[in-house]
Write a protein that binds this ligand. Structure first.
Ligand code: NAD
Length: 253
């Protein structure tokens, strides 16, 4: 039956940036769909763990700094040691640094590209190898952005990284679809998390943004739930290389 295809029972899902915001929301959704969830973060994921465990779900925390690319295999190792396998990778962690393009330093540029793009590729490659080894495919979901489609303002490295995430999603989907690995992405619109605190604190920008969102409100971590569960499930088996916007209609405007 169709709803059974959305179940993630027996699957092991790994979500980066699991301690807060959209990552936390997606951890909770994947656990509610039946997956065992490993959350990767620099800091404690106690709140995420509590939210999942109160619903009877299983959560495992992997503390790792994603700016250190040598951590990719370490993360996989820890997950496999705990759960014996991995089926789903959600590349959610990301940073944003706001500065006029004319003043962005090389160091800040590299910081953003490293976490938002380099680590997304390296983790995807590391997990794809594991999926191939296990022999029954896997799902990768990247977190893109409205800046995968638009230029943004004062965030040139972020825009470049998120535009590249859309391309990378297509490129990896092409190569790995034949291995039973689905690579897709979600492009969140303007969501109320730490990522947008500065924007929401700026009354003028905040008002302009809100006025342009057809749904008339900022998104929430819960708004990511349906898309992430779908893309990680059997129901999305023939969905490859696509980026789904969860944006309250922003792109349709
Ligand atoms: P957030 O700042 O609350 O979450 C970012 C997450 O990334 C945190 O869990 C943080 O711990 C993790 N992270 C950052 N650097 C890390 C590092 N070096 N090592 C380990 N973890 C690290 O913001 P969010 O909105 O929940 O962001 C999640 C994703 O969604 C990001 O990729 C962001 O770019 C993307 N996004 C957010 C919005 C929005 O409006 N909030 C819109 C589009 C895309």
């Amino acid at each position: 039956m169709i709803l059974d295809d959305f179940s993630l029972k027996g699957k092991v899902a790994v979500v980066t940036g699991a301690n807060t915001g959209l990552g936390q929301g997606m951890c909770v959704a994947l656990a509610q769909a039946g997956a065992k969830v490993a959350g990767v973060a620099r800091r404690s994921c106690a709140e995420t763990s509590e939210l999942i465990k109160k619903d009877g779900g299983e959560f495992f925390e992997v503390i790792a700094d994603l700016s250190d690319t040598s951590n990719a295999p370490v993360i996989l190792e820890k997950v496999v040691e705990k759960f014996g396998r991995a089926d789903i990778l959600v590349n959610n962690a990301g940073i944003i640094l706001r500065e006029d393009a004319i003043n962005v330093t090389e160091e800040d540029w590299n910081k953003v590209i490293n976490i938002n793009l380099n680590m997304v590729f390296l983790l995807s490659q590391t997990f794809a190898k594991q999926f191939v080894k296990q022999g029954d495919g896997g799902k990768i979901v990247n977190v893109a952005s409205m800046t995968s489609y638009q230029g943004g303002i004062r965030i040139p490295a972020y825009t470049s990284s998120k535009s590249a995430v859309l391309g990378l999603t297509r490129a990896l989907a092409n190569e790995w679809a034949s291995k039973g690995i689905n690579v897709n992405a979600i492009a969140p619109g303007y969501m109320a998390t730490n990522n947008t605190t500065q924007l929401r604190d700026d009354e003028k920008r905040s008002g302009e943004i809100l006025e342009r969102i057809p749904a008339g409100r900022w998104g929430t971590p819960k708004d990511m739930a349906g898309a992430v569960v779908f893309l990680c499930s059997k129901a999305a088996e023939y969905v490859n290389g696509f980026t789904i916007a969860v944006d309250g209609g922003w792109l349709a405007r």
